[in-house]
Write a protein that binds this ligand. Structure first.
Ligand code: ZN
Length: 384
């Protein structure tokens, strides 16, 4: 083969609407891929390419990043299968939110992180036990919060541990919640990492929790329909807006029981979007009502969130939170790794929240997933 007639690019995703919030790109363009890299993003790249994928009418997105999930399968009763529930549905990197604690982390690393083709991270549970079984709160014995163990695990695994997690539900922390929250914040401060706080079943109203949080800490389940959520009689509480103002982050974390359309709809109408749009997938919900991250995105878009805002919160924003930007995740950029998720809108379907409401909305379906240039076999939507 001569120099002149060699294909210009190995594979070109042609004519889709590229939405790359990191660069502010939103236009019909081609994306050229050579090997494991994005070779170019632009117009008219398909000529001479070895393979052309027609993406007309579809969105070409950076490979999605799941900021909150539970994928410690076989060890934790709540663990969903990482690849089947995520990678094969368009997610190339995912952060497990506190399923593993210091005592179970070595198993998490060996059984989940290392074998997966995905990039997997952890917000380490502050309890050494982690979240093994929902019936038994991991902090009902407060002595299971061992700061030295959590700190040692974080220090030994900086490639995986990117924060800590505490569930502040009353049945997990009981009357010790302030003491346990303070200890968790202290250890997060020592490690220089954020703390994710699960709300939704707290014993006190949200402002009492927000008062403690630092810029960069994360409130999970911001659209929960349970008591002590973000709304008051007139909309999003001022204490929530003030916390956001000083840098506290909010994670939508749908989950089995923590997304209510009746909370999300007025909050979105108020312009209160989550910083991280996540599914909180687990063994308890990946066959419904959550299904996957794209379905969580479609629900919030159906409630009024602009698509590009939803994409940002499932790509570049979690990449930033998780320290993945330096590895090229969360963006579509020439020279960067070829992590790409191509999505089409399906016919409208009825989608449930976690509070007994439903909405009719187009579902978002992955049609092509590339992780580091490697094509992933897509799993069918589990709601079918
Ligand atoms: Zn969770």
């Amino acid at each position: 083969m001569t120099e002149e007639n060699r294909p210009v690019y190995e594979r070109v995703l042609k004519g889709g609407t590229v939405i790359d919030p990191a660069s502010g790109t939103e236009a019909v363009l081609d994306v050229a891929v050579d090997g494991d890299r994005i070779a170019a993003v632009g117009e008219g790249l398909a000529d001479g390419a070895a393979e052309v994928v027609d993406c007309t009418g579809r969105w070409v997105l950076p490979g999605l990043i799941e900021g909150h999930t539970h994928i410690f399968q076989y060890v934790s009763q709540v663990g969903a299968p990482s690849d089947e529930a995520h990678l094969r549905r368009g997610v190339v990197a995912a952060s497990d939110a506190g399923t593993a604690g210091a005592s179970t982390f070595p198993a998490f690393r060996k059984l989940v992180v290392e074998p997966s083709p995905m990039r997997i991270l952890s917000f380490l549970n502050v309890s050494v036990l982690g979240l093994i079984d929902f019936r038994f709160g991991e902090l009902t014995n407060p002595d299971t919060l061992v700061p030295d163990d959590a700190l040692a695990t974080a220090a030994e695994n900086p490639d995986v541990v990117r924060g800590f997690k505490i569930r502040l539900s009353e049945d997990v922390v009981g009357e010790n919640w302030q003491m346990l929250l303070k200890k968790s914040l202290d250890l997060a401060e020592q490690a220089g990492l954020p703390l994710m706080v699960h709300i939704g079943e707290t014993s006190e109203p949200l402002p009492a929790v927000l008062d403690h949080l630092r810029p960069g800490d994360v409130v999970a389940h911001c659209y929960t329909g349970k008591e002590h959520g973000i709304l008051d009689g007139s909309g999003v509480q001022s204490a929530v807006m003030e916390a956001r103002e000083r840098g506290v982050l909010f994670d939508s974390a749908h989950g089995k029981s923590n997304l209510s359309f009746e909370v999300a709809r007025p909050a979105i109408a108020d312009g209160f979007y989550p910083d991280v749009l996540s599914s909180d997938t687990s063994a308890r919900n990946w066959r419904g009502p959550v299904f996957d991250l794209l379905t969580s995105m479609s629900k919030l878009v159906a409630l009024g969130m602009p698509l590009n805002e939803a994409v940002a919160r499932a790509t570049v924003r979690p990449a930033r939170l998780l320290g993945l930007e330096s590895e090229g995740y969360g963006r579509l950029e020439a020279g960067g790794p070829a992590h790409v998720t191509v999505v089409e809108e399906t016919e409208p379907v009825v989608l449930p929240d976690a509070a007994g409401n439903s909405i009719t909305a187009p579902r978002f379906e992955p049609t092509l997933v590339l992780h580091g240039g490697t094509e992933v076999e897509i799993a069918p939507w589990r709601g079918l």
